[in-house]
Design a protein around this ligand. Structure first.
Ligand code: WA2
Length: 267
């Protein structure tokens, strides 16, 4: 039987872990809400105006100035939906060719494309890259436009070599009815707004602010698949000793996440 002291210690750990999980979850939710509002901004000022009232410079400046609304994200990008029959005209208008994810190469013919047309400065290097040509981004785009809700990728290595999670909202033509079917949604989608969660970089700062009397180590995992994917924390989480697991809900029912907390010293 566990001693009363151990019981009390585990209680403390559980309260601290749940608090951190809740704060992290809230910050992700806040970012998502803001992203949803930005999807409407792009729809209103880019797609519903001719000529568009947004260009790369305007987009980058506005996103930079509102970055405080999206804690834990390190950047934002917008990809337009382009069908093959529209490709030639689109490329002429943009004055660049649609590129594949494996970089320098021109994107081979496909039925449709999702080239990034606007990006926050930190992600300028993804402009012109077709987001349907990368497995993780492609999965997100297709799921986002079918559901109309926020979707998340598993953690993966981004083009800048950092590990990140991309969250995506689809942008629709404004006439999409509220009770739209999946087919209607796919047909009416015109673009995809994506935010990059830089978990490594941002969670550190968040946890530092919450540091208590007793140091704690925190690991965050994507537990959707058979093997857990580490999103944050050291790679050798100790297997022994007291551990509390708090579940995280980031708003995408397909993805499961957990936070594992341990006191750094002691059992
Ligand atoms: N953004 C930045 N770097 C990346 C990346 C990405 N995707 N994929 C790989 N490296 C336009 O969800 C839509 C952003 C994709 C959005």
């Amino acid at each position: 039987m566990r001693s009363q002291a151990t019981e009390a210690r585990h209680g403390t750990l559980a309260v601290m872990c749940d608090e951190r999980a809740r704060i992290l979850q809230d910050q992700v939710k806040v970012s998502m809400n803001h992203l949803q509002a930005l999807a409407i901004l792009v729809s209103t000022f880019h797609h519903s105006k001719s000529p568009s009232a947004i260009d790369q410079t305007t987009f980058a400046r506005y996103m930079e100035r509102t970055a405080f609304e999206r804690p834990l994200t390190s950047g934002l990008a917008y990809a337009a939906r382009v069908t093959h029959s529209e490709r030639e005209l689109f490329e002429r208008q943009q004055a660049w060719s649609i590129r594949a994810m494996n970089f320098s190469s021109k994107r081979p013919r496909a039925e449709e494309y999702a080239p990034v047309i606007f990006a926050q400065d930190a992600y300028k290097h993804v402009v012109s890259i077709d987001m349907l040509s990368g497995a993780e981004d492609r999965g997100n785009l297709l799921r986002a436009r079918e559901s109309g809700k926020v979707v998340l990728t598993a953690p993966f290595q981004l083009l800048n070599k950092r590990i990140g999670v991309v969250l995506t909202y689809a942008v629709y033509k404004s006439e999409l009815p509220l009770n739209a079917t999946v087919h209607d949604r796919i047909q009416s989608s015109i673009g995809y707004l994506g935010g990059v969660f830089d978990i490594e970089g941002h969670v550190d700062k968040l946890l530092e602010k919450l540091a208590g009397k007793e140091p704690m180590t925190v690991n965050i995992y994507d537990t959707t698949g058979e093997s857990m994917i580490r999103m944050y924390g050291s790679s050798n989480e100790s297997a022994s000793g007291m551990c509390h697991v708090s579940t995280l809900d980031f708003g995408d029912p397909l993805r499961k996440h957990e936070m594992h907390c341990r006191f750094t010293q002691g059992p």
